[in-house]
Ligand binder design. Structure first.
Ligand code: ATP
Ligand code: MG
Length: 239
């Protein structure tokens, strides 16, 4: 299987001095879905933001063999679609249509292609008919779906999603899990939702205090309750 993401000895400190990642190394191969789990503040979002060059630091991040740098950001973002944890960071246009059309217009697609991409992306997230709504007046769960649609419209080869099911009701959550399952590209998903992890991800990486704690088969990791409890991922079992 082709290695499509490589992270070597990546450490990152926010400008205020907060150390968020320490010496992270991992590789991701083509196909399948990888879960990134860990407690609040573990560094999951910070790591994902490195995968499409929004954050950069010492250490190496390579995508399809190319080191992420200033010169290849446009190329990188056509390959890696990132859905932010907070949809308000992704949605900025007056209408849902404009938000989803933004990416396809930017890469020079024709009006017909743009319309088709918007229709397909909205259908994919179960939001057909929302084209003229204002993204700012949607519920949090609806915003999350539209944020995913903005990324799907670009047909990325790697889909990186931060907390896809946060704020979704159970019906919406399982329909989103079904949607993600049907998408053919490689997926990297940060989540606290172990039901999603179990349903979607063959591999799980636990991150805690900016470090990789364990990286292995999801079925083994989810079966290790003491490990999950130690990293804030499961309630301690009652005595
Ligand atoms: N903009 C920022 N400036 C300073 N520190 C930050 C910033 N964003 C995050 N941090 C800090 O970096 C660390 C990692 O945060 P990050 O958001 O990556 O965690 P996370 O695993 O995604 O958590 P959550 O589960 O709450 O989403 C935390 O200690 C956090 O306080
Ligand atoms: Mg986060």
């Amino acid at each position: 299987m082709e290695e499509i993401v490589r992270v070597d000895n990546l450490s990152f400190c926010y400008p205020d001095g907060q150390q968020a990642l320490t010496d992270i190394s991992l590789t991701i191969h083509q196909g399948g879905t990888v879960a990134l789990v860990g407690p609040n503040g573990a560094g999951k979002s910070t790591l994902l933001l490195h995968l499409n060059g929004i954050l950069r630091s010492n250490g190496v991040v390579k995508v399809f063999g190319r080191t992420v740098d200033d010169k290849n950001l446009k190329w990188l973002r056509s390959k890696v679609g990132l859905v932010f944890q907070n949809p308000d960071d992704q949605l900025f246009s007056p209408t849902v249509f404009d938000d989803i059309a933004f990416g396809p217009i930017n890469i020079g697609h024709s009006e017909t292609e743009v319309r088709e991409s918007v229709t397909r992306a909205l259908d994919g997230v179960g939001m057909t008919g929302y084209e003229q709504r204002s993204p700012h007046h949607l519920s949090v769960g609806e915003k999350k779906r539209i944020a995913i649609a903005t990324v799907l419209a670009m047909n990325p080869e790697i889909l990186v999603i931060d907390e896809p099911t946060a704020n979704l009701d159970p019906g919406s959550k399982w329909s989103l899990i079904g949607l993600l399952e049907r998408l053919p590209m490689t997926k990297i998903v940060a989540s606290h939702d172990l039901e999603l992890v179990q349903a979607l991800c063959q591999r799980t990486i636990i991150l805690d205090q900016g470090k990789v704690i364990v990286d292995g088969a999801t079925e083994h990791i989810l079966a290790d309750i003491p490990l999950l409890v130690a990293h804030g991922l499961a309630p301690p079992e009652a005595d």
